[in-house]
Design a protein around this ligand. Sequence first.
Ligand code: C2E
Ligand code: CA
Ligand code: CA
Ligand code: CA
Length: 279
Amino acid sequence: TKSTGRNGYHFFEASMNINAHNQLQVIQDLRTALERKEFRLHYQPKFSTTDGVVVGAEALLRWQHPIRGIVAPADFISLAEKTGLIVPIGEWVLDEACRQMRKWYDEGYQQWKIAVNLSSVQFSNDNLVEMVKETLARNNLPATSLMLEVTESTAMHNVEASLTILEQLVSLGVEISIDDFGTGYSSLLYLKRLPATELKIDRGFIRDLAHGSDDASIVSAIVALGRSLNLRIVAEGVETEKQQEYLTTLGCDTLQGYFMGHPMASEQFMAAINALKAV
Ligand code: C2E
Ligand code: CA
Ligand code: CA
Ligand code: CA
């Protein structure tokens, strides 16, 4: 089919068709992935800059596809969102993360928090708060052990509705982290009203961080903003010792990134924790 539609459409038509075929296959596979238990969670540690201890972990979704191998979230989350499949997948993620955190809790890591990413599609699902409540109860996990990461753009889209949901989640006892901060368009007025306890500076500002760069000024500004709003500041995507040192100097409270620890399967994660303890 030849398109005379929007500017440039025909230009991409061939690749879009291949892509569309591929996408259909991925969608079909996604529909059976839950039943076939093909999803996994990896856990990436988060460290306090004050004393270097692990304060928790972020749960990150992986798809162990029988043919494609491990598929990264970037390659299927948006399709899962478009098809609504992210709702049942997101329920599985939360349940699995809570189950794992309960285990850690019993092993003595009561001070840790498990962080789980919420999609904007889940966020606009009426059932979200009830689902979170039930999942905590089913896993017998204290709500204080759970942190929900919501991106700045999700939180700022339809602000009044978001505030209501976030307040309901907070009243369960869970904490809210504002993810990918700096990439959205937060009005300071609304930011002040968000019942969050944590701001996560987007990796984009960390990547090229060097003394005196624009990014350094932005990070400083976010830290100052966070301080004045009484929020914990997290930097993600920390890949080098230089970044680690500099972000600590700039006043970040928590660091996460490949330099300190990659996302890992739970067994590997505990092995890394035990290795840290042995030092
Ligand atoms: P995010 O929430 O911003 O997660 C951080 C991403 O950065 C993760 O990618 C993580 O593996 C990666 N990362 C961590 N440290 C470093 C580093 O030092 N350098 C670099 N270059 N990258 C680092 P991942 O696991 O591929 O996830 C990508 C995105 O997919 C996440 O971004 C999140 O938006 C989404 N996602 C992952 N798991 C879930 C989930 O369970 N539910 C939903 N709705 N979204 C998820
Ligand atoms: Ca996140
Ligand atoms: Ca992020
Ligand atoms: Ca991101």
